[in-house]
Each structure stands twice: as C-alpha cells, then as structure tokens.
Design a protein around this ligand. Structure first.
Ligand code: NAD
Length: 489
C-alpha cells in the first residue's frame, strides 16, 4: 500500500462496520507540517452517538457471549496487521500530528506492544474458586460492562486509542470512540484494520466531533463507562459529568513533569536523556520533561544539555507542534519568563523550516533561572521547552516537585542509589524514574498519574485496566443435597 492510498479527504463516522457520511457541520483538518488542509471532519452530535450506541448495544449480545479465547483471536490478527502496515500508519500519524517519522514509528511499535498485552489477557484472567464450606464453592468471574466509550487527545493519534480499545473489547465490551478532531485519520485506519482482522460489525464504532460528542457520551444512558485522555481542564469536566450520570470513569489529564538533577549525575547520560525527554514529539507528550530542578552545582550538566539541545533541528529531528495557536502559546510562556528575569540559553522561538514555512514549529528551548512562581514553572507548556529551576538541596527540589498540582511523572538523575530512592519515595507522581527521562511503564505495568493528572481509581492500561473494563460476578454453588446446611449456605 502506498502513501497515496492512505489519504482520507473526508472523515466519516464508522458505525456497524460501515463508514457513514454525516450531515453534521464539517471542520477542516490541517497538517501541522505545512499548514495544508488535508481533510474534513464532521462535528457530530447526540444523534450520531445514539446510532452508534444502539448498534454497539446489539453487538454486545453476541460478542460478550463468546469466550475470551475466541475474542482474543481478533487481536492476534490485528497485531499482525499493525506490523504489516507499520510504515503506512506511521506516515499517517506524521501527516496529521506533525511528529517525525521515527517518532510515529515508535508510536506504532508501542501500539503493537499494547496489543501483545491484550493477547495475554486469557492467561491473566484467572477466576478465583474456593470451597467455602463442605460442598459449597464460591467463584468470581470478570463480566464485561456493556457499551463503553473512549475520548482521545491529539498527541498520540494511534497509540492512545490502543491504550483502551484492545483490552476493553477483548474483555467483552463494545465501544464508541471519539478521536481528537485535530487528528481523526489514524483511527480510521484502526477501524479498517479491526474489520480486516475479523472484528464483528458494531463492536467498535467511531463518532467524530468535538465537545458536543463528548457531552453526548457523558449523558447517554446506555454507556456504562467512559475513559478520557486529554487536558486536565477537560478531564475534570468529563469525570464530573460522566460520574454524575452514574458511569464508571477514568480521566487522564495534563502534566508538569519534574526532573531532579543532582551534581553527581552522569553528565552525558543526563544531558541526552533530558534533551530527548523535553523535545521528543515536540514536547507534546504527557510524560515529557518540562521542568528541571537543578540541585547545587550542576552548571556542567546544563552546558551539556544545551549542547544536546542545539543538535535538535526543527523539520529534521524535531517535528511540529499541533497548531498555530499552540506555537503562539508556547512562545508566550518563553517571552513572559524572560521578561520576568529567566535566562534563555537555547532559543527555539521564531523557528522556520525551509520549504515548510507555514508549518507550526518551535525549536528546542532551554531556559534557566526560572522561579517556581512563574507560569512556565507551574503550567503545562506542551512544547519543546525545559524550564530550569535552581535549588540548594534535594528537599528544596522535592518541595518544588510536590508543589505541582499535576503528578504524572518525575525522575531523578544521580549515581547514588540512596539518593535515588529518597527522591522516588517522596516524589508526588504516579510514574517515577531513575536516570530515565520518560519513565513510561511498559506493558504489563499500568499507565496512570496522580493528583490532577488522573481522576478515577484505576490506571488506563495494563493489569489495572482489567478492573476498569469488567465487573466481578460472585457465584456460590452447591450440588450435593447430602451436604448439610450451615450458617452461611
Ligand atoms: P483536550 O483536553 O483539548 O482534548 C481532549 C479531547 O477532549 C478531544 O477529543 C477533544 O475533542 C475533547 N474536548 C476538548 N474540549 C472539550 C470540552 N470543552 N468539553 C468536552 N470535550 C472537549 O486535549 P488535547 O489538546 O487533545 O491533548 C493534549 C492534552 O492531553 C495535554 O494536556 C496532555 O498532557 C494530555 N494528555 C495526557 C495524557 C495522560 O496520560 N495523562 C496522555 C496524552 C495526552
């Protein structure tokens, strides 16, 4: 298949195994690589959500009735199809999101890993069984919830949908998904490949749009659970609205990830890890380092970091940010910090890529002497920018990290095991790292932050997601009439 084949001039909803045109108002989709219009996406509403939910409700009857060992076969085939179509999917992610081809390929590789975890679910789902009194057995089993919904952000158009859909479907649910209206193309390809893998019609449905679709999902009485990934502002709205309608909800929000760098840290490893973490996917990862807390004398490490940052070139090994608005927002944070006394060591403002002058690029930016009260220190910038704050002790650094209202990731750079443990035990974040710039837990470990980076009890991937996508049935059984009755049974 060539790149030409993977172009979707018009986005359609995917309902009951078919792509259906919508009569809703349409919005242009732009490629951030060069600002060109690449598609149109419908802004659907309750009508389309309800159509998808009714279809998913009907499909649930047969799908949930299959044993998991049969359902999982779809995901073995789907995984192979992802592998086979890896480079075309990566091209599509690159086109609509603006990340580099290499980053897009890594995103597809992570999607494959997520599917591999799904393929292991039959081995993980061990029901418990115990003879609780003579001849009487209690057994637990995981039952699917019914129709569930997933709402996804722009920054991982392929991977974030695969955080939820393979596990949720393999566990017997049926789904309505709403992709980000900025990157609706990658999910079309997912729907096509799921169909090719033999997923029955109606089990997976796509409804495109923005706020109105999200609100319809939160309000629809036949949707049992909602997963959301996006900004904290919207995560709060979704969590409150879905749970007030008595749905199960996990809502992942934004982040402000701190890297605490101690003077004994390995210079080159730290510099290259911090540079990669702040600039990978143009800083648009919820796991990206965006604040570095430098403890004591670490000027030599900051110098090495600047050297690494200068090797990152927009349009070459650095992709674009998602929109013109994002570029303006990121540069505003840098301007304001500079005006308040911070020192820009590497300046990525006004980046222009030759031949893609209308693309939305911000170069890597290292900004020193940021103070914890500045907006750039507290808020999510979501661009290739690292704000360095100076501290005199590890406890002072931890106080800065602990003071954030977010809590997705944190990491410490040191060669001292005791200090590493001191920091990881005290950091207020769900995912912590030692000498790792992006401490994403790999499968089967689950993904999820703390504080305002996640609302809801379970994590979104891994073993934790099994509890989210299922409900427990407890069955008590007695077959032998001769077994006497006791106080419990
Ligand atoms: P966003 O919150 O703007 O949008 C996410 C989804 O919500 C989209 O599908 C969008 O259509 C919908 N939406 C937007 N405004 C809405 C509103 N007012 N009411 C209801 N729905 C609305 O997020 P984004 O800009 O697409 O993605 C970037 C954000 O996602 C960043 O904050 C990033 O940190 C976060 N993110 C977090 C994680 C995580 O694991 N914690 C992972 C990826 C991205």
């Amino acid at each position: 298949m060539t790149m030409e084949t993977l172009s979707y001039p018009e986005v359609k909803n995917f309902i009951n195994g078919n792509f259906v045109a919508s009569d809703a108002k349409q919005m242009n989709v732009f490629s951030p690589l060069n600002g060109a219009s690449i598609s149109k996406v419908p802004l659907s509403g309750m009508k389309e959500v309800d159509q998808a939910v009714q279809v998913a409700k009907e499909a649930f009857k047969a799908w949930s009735n299959q044993p998991i060992k049969e359902r999982v076969q779809v995901f073995f085939r789907f995984r192979s199809l992802l592998e086979k179509n890896k480079s075309e999917i990566a091209q599509l992610v690159h086109l609509e999101n603006g990340k580099t081809i290499g980053e897009a390929e890594a995103e597809v590789a992570k999607g494959i890993e997520l599917c591999e975890f799904t393929c292991s679910l039959p081995q993980l789902l061990h029901d418990e069984i115990l003879e609780v009194s003579k001849g009487v057995e209690c057994r637990t089993s995981h039952a699917p919830l019914g129709v569930v919904a997933c709402i996804t952000p722009f920054n991982f158009p392929h991977m974030v949908p695969l955080w939820t859909l393979p596990n949720a479907l393999c566990l017997g649910n049926t789904m309505v998904m709403k992709p980000s209206e900025h990157v609706p193309l990658s999910t079309i390809r997912i729907a096509e490949l799921l169909k090719e893998a033999g997923l029955p019609d109606g089990v997976f449905n796509l409804v495109n749009g923005d706020k109105e679709v999200v609100e319809a999902i939160c309000d629809h009485p036949d949707i049992e659970a909602v997963s959301f990934v996006g900004s904290t502002r919207v995560a709060k709205i979704v969590y409150q609205r879905a749970t007030s309608n008595l749905k199960r909800c996990v809502a992942l929000g934004g982040a402000k990830n701190h890297l605490i760098v101690l003077p004994d840290a390995h210079v080159q490893m730290t510099a290259s890890n911090v540079a990669a973490s702040m600039s990978g996917c143009a800083g648009q990862r919820c796991m990206a380092a965006s604040a570095m807390v430098a403890v004591g004398k670490v000027d030599h490490i900051i110098e090495a970091l600047c050297e690494e940052a200068r090797k990152i070139i927009p349009g070459k090994n650095l992709g674009s940010v998602i929109s013109k608005e994002a570029k303006i927002r990121i540069e505003r944070y840098i301007n304001e910090a500079e005006a308040a006394g911070a020192k820009v060591l590497v300046d990525g403002r006004n980046a222009i890529v030759e031949g893609a002058e209308d693309g939305y690029y911000v170069g890597p930016t290292v900004i020193d002497f940021v103070t914890p009260d500045m907006a750039i220190a507290k808020e999510e910038v979501f661009g290739p920018v690292i704000a360095i704050m100076r501290s005199n002790s590890v406890d002072e650094a931890l106080a800065i990290e602990n003071g954030s209202n977010y809590g997705n990731a944190a990491a410490v750079f040191t060669q001292n095991g005791g200090m590493a443990r001191y920091v990881t035990e005290r950091a207020s974040a769900g995912m912590v790292g030692v000498n790792i710039g992006v401490p994403v837990p790999r499968e089967p470990f689950s993904f999820g932050g703390w504080n305002e980076s996640k609302f809801g009890v379970s994590d979104i991937t891994g073993k934790s997601s099994i509890e989210f996508w299922t409900k427990l049935k407890k069955t008590t059984t007695k077959w032998n009439p001769e077994d006497r009755t006791n106080w419990m049974s």
